[in-house]
Design a protein around this ligand. Structure first.
Ligand code: P6P
Length: 332
């Protein structure tokens, strides 16, 4: 068992033998994410000051072009991942198409594609509510050294080799899995080091928190309405508590620690729901299952879905296993 206060760097070295591919590759992948997380964290934490220090919208006090933070986060992650000799392609919520990274170069042996939501919940920045970055990593399926193709990105979630998130909250944490459980690392901003603070994270089998935007209640399918009323009914261990931050990473993180279910159902306003399969639902589903939780679209396991489009949306139910199963029961 890894001792607490291990740094992320030490943890990667201690655990790279359990990574199913060559050990150096895991280190490069996670180190790229780690570096980008620190850079984005720095920008996110001073977001409010930028408005004070520089005219919002054009330039800030350093005379730099003021970028929307999600665009900035996107640029930082892409730039950091490109600089590593490990990634051959990147897809992002902020980019219409995927980005191919010099995979025309014959010597280019990069084997991994990364899919990211660079700053999920970014509308919360202006009101100082926590936001997050979500990442999902696959090995390419087309031949190494050839140009990466859309096929390399449209893989079912079961093919993921790593996934995780950074939550920019009261503290900044990096939470990830490579298929051998979920571990959480807290950043000490004073020295820029992530320390293992939450080893072997697990969803409680059930919980008393449900997270959904109840403003959409009248537009939900009947089964979802019935489940929400079930959560609110005074019976057994209920009523549950409603907690909805408007930031998937934050709601997921709290539910994993305390027990709970997060729901973004389809509705008459959003026929396929709102969340994106490739860079929101699949990585969070991988983490959920690695933490003994569950993730479905209400009927099917998220990680079995065969993607058809880069930015496709799916309904999303994720969290404590027994709560997701109960919600699915109401929707059958
Ligand atoms: P709504 C943020 O935009 C996000 O993708 C998730 O992080 C969050 O849970 C959800 O959408 C909020 O969406 O429609 O409830 O405001």
């Amino acid at each position: 068992m890894t001792k607490k206060n291990t740094t992320l760097g030490e943890f990667i070295i201690e655990n790279q033998d359990s990574f199913q591919y060559t050990s150096g590759e895991l280190s490069k992948l996670i180190n790229a994410i780690r570096l980008a997380a620190k850079v984005v964290n720095h920008e996110v934490n001073k977001a409010g000051l930028i408005d004070i220090l520089g005219a919002a919208g054009d330039t800030n006090i350093q005379g730099e072009d003021q970028q929307k933070l999600d665009v900035l986060a996107n640029d930082k992650f892409i730039q950091t991942l490109k600089n590593r000799e490990i990634v051959c392609g990147i897809a992002s919520e902020e980019e219409d198409d995927f980005i191919s990274i010099n995979s025309n170069d014959e010597q280019h042996q990069n084997k991994y594609v990364v899919l990211i939501d660079p700053l999920d919940g970014s509308s919360n920045i202006d009101v100082n509510v926590s936001v997050g970055t979500i990442f999902s990593i696959y090995r390419r399926i087309t031949p190494v050294g050839t140009p990466v193709t859309l096929e390399d990105f449209l893989q079912p979630g079961d093919n993921q080799v790593a996934a995780g998130y950074i939550i920019y909250g009261t503290s900044t944490m990096l939470v990830y899995t490579t298929g051998d459980g979920v571990n959480g690392f807290t950043l000490n901003p004073a020295i820029g080091t992530f320390y293992l603070s939450h080893p072997n994270m697990k969803f409680p089998e059930t919980g008393k928190i449900y997270s959904v935007n109840e403003g959409n209640y009248t537009h939900f399918p009947q089964g979802v309405k019935d489940y929400i009323k079930y959560c609110q009914k005074e019976e057994d261990d209920r009523p549950y508590t409603s907690r909805y931050i408007g930031s998937l990473v934050s709601d997921f993180h709290r539910n994993m620690i305390k027990g709970g279910i997060y729901m973004y159902p389809k509705s008459s306003m959003a026929e396929e729901g709102k969340l994106r399969l490739l860079y929101e639902c699949n990585p969070m589903a991988y983490l959920a299952e690695q933490a003994n939780g569950k993730a479905s679209d209400g009927k099917r396991r998220i990680m079995e879905l065969q993607p058809t489009e880069l930015h496709q949306r799916v309904p999303f139910f994720c969290g404590s296993k027994k709560m997701v199963e109960k919600a699915e029961e109401f929707m059958r």
